[in-house]
Design a protein around this ligand. Structure first.
Ligand SMILES: [Zn+2]
Length: 127
């Protein structure tokens, strides 16, 4: 949407805002004075949602393997410390502490144990 602003020099001009834009710094086309404007219709909610979607789309960019010939991808989620999420196919995601070993197929368990002896040993009493 477009809003008319006025510079100290008296010059009127239009500012075009997107809903997720919070602040704009513009120069007056007439006197070159630099001004900072806040979007009066800024929607915090929209901003947050938009970024949450980006986050989801970036999930596959956060995947890494502990060893290059492993089959398991781990999610590199530094923001959620202590959460260990992994996937075999980049479609189904397991949470280590919740799903291991109950929700893994026996084939997946075998692969997991081979690639992650530390965790296999850590959860040995769950079997
Ligand atoms: Zn001006």
């Amino acid at each position: 949407m477009s809003i008319t602003e006025k510079c100290l020099c008296g010059y009127d001009f239009n500012l075009d805002w997107n809903l997720d834009e919070k602040i704009k710094v513009v120069k007056c086309p007439k006197c070159n004075n630099e001004m900072k404007f806040q979007n009066p219709n800024f929607k915090e909610q929209f901003f947050v949602n938009k970024h949450a979607n980006v986050e989801e789309n970036n999930l596959t960019n956060k995947l890494y393997k502990k060893n290059s010939n492993d089959q398991i991808w781990w999610v590199n989620n530094r923001d959620q410390f202590g959460e260990h999420v992994f996937t075999f196919d980049k479609k189904k995601y397991y949470n280590l502490f919740k799903d291991y070993p109950y929700n893994l197929t026996s084939e997946e368990q075998k692969i997991f144990d081979k690639e992650n002896p530390y965790w296999a040993n850590y959860f040995a009493d769950r079997k």
